[in-house]
Design a protein around this ligand. Structure first.
Ligand SMILES: C[S@@+](CC[C@H](N)C(=O)[O-])C[C@H]1O[C@@H](n2cnc3c(N)ncnc32)[C@H](O)[C@@H]1O
Length: 287
């Protein structure tokens, strides 16, 4: 059964092709939970009917939640209302044959990052030491541990629930022996780390510059940084080029050489605005 066309059919059955044709794009399936991002033009009553329809048409959906705010605050979470099915927001989400326990209302979760989790894992060489400054419930750290063969992965997150799930998830995926997880502010903790890292992940565009400034202190000469950032651009190609320029500009302020070796447009976030990540190798020699 193909998920997306089915969601569209269910939404159209309840709302007709006009509204239904657009709302299905706002439905995300996380494990056995469906999350609807609230469209401003539909009432909660109508959305409850869609919730009930999702539960009765899709046997694997047990609970439906309505996200009534965008991602917000330091922990990057949304506010939710329960719409239909079991009143449960904890689930098991699967990605790249890894399993993640999480509560959709307590941690940041976006399946759109799934491609980048594996894209980064494929770049990791054996025995690398990796720092993940904004680890959430652990997907980059765990997928990188499974597929990249690093020797050590240090994850930091400021959200206590995310840290609790990340600790459980490294056990569930049998990568606990090479993973360490710290609860705290990565901008404060990173500069005080005592040893160098081969690779630093920074999956939080809101803190782009501050995260890069902290990471250059602890990345080894020849190591790789993966900052995330927002850029304004007319298309994806221009977005990647602009992101590379911004990253170079921020790092080269420190008298460090940079070579951008790759990148990926995660998604469009607004008209002419993109969330982008860049892979940049750094060389610590002054010009
Ligand atoms: C976009 S989410 C992480 C996404 C996650 N890595 C993934 O792949 O799904 C950003 C995370 O950064 C955390 N965060 C925000 N500010 C932070 C800080 N100063 N130090 C550490 N973690 C922080 C939030 O709690 C949130 O879990």
């Amino acid at each position: 059964m193909s998920g997306r066309p089915l969601l569209r059919r269910i939404a159209e059955k309840v709302l007709g092709s006009n509204y239904g044709g657009s709302i299905w794009k706002r439905i995300e399936i996380i494990g056995d939970i469906a999350v609807i991002r609230k469209p401003f033009n539909l009432s909660e009553e109508v959305l409850r009917v869609i919730g009930e329809e999702l539960i009765s048409s899709l046997h694997y959906i047990k609970s439906v939640w309505l996200a009534v705010t965008p991602v917000q605050g330091i922990e990057r979470t949304r506010s939710y209302i329960h719409l239909a099915g079991e009143k449960r927001s904890e689930t098991i989400y699967k990605e790249h044959r890894c399993v993640f326990k999480l509560d959709v209302t307590k941690v940041y979760i976006s399946p759109v990052l799934g491609y980048d989790h594996m894209r980064v894992a494929k770049q990791v060489k054996e025995n690398e030491r990796i720092l993940n400054m904004f680890a959430g419930f652990g997907p980059y750290s765990i997928i990188v541990s499974k597929y990249g063969k690093p020797s050590y992965v240090l994850s930091i997150d400021i959200n206590e629930s995310a840290v609790r799930y990340a600790r459980e998830n490294i056990e569930l995926n049998k990568v606990a022996s090479l993973n360490e997880i710290i609860h705290g502010d990565a901008l404060v903790l990173t500069p005080s780390l005592q040893s160098e890292f081969d690779r630093v992940l920074m999956p939080l565009p809101d803190l782009f510059e501050k995260a890069v400034e902290a990471s250059v202190l602890i990345v080894r000469n020849g190591g790789t940084l993966h900052p995330h950032l927002f850029v304004e651009a007319r298309n994806k190609r221009e977005a990647l080029a602009r992101a590379a320029e911004s990253v170079k500009r921020v790092i080269e302020k420190f008298g460090i050489y940079t070579t951008v070796v790759g990148g990926h447009v995660i998604r469009g976030v607004a008209p002419r605005k993109y969330h982008v990540t860049v892979d940049v190798v750094i060389g610590k020699k002054s010009r």
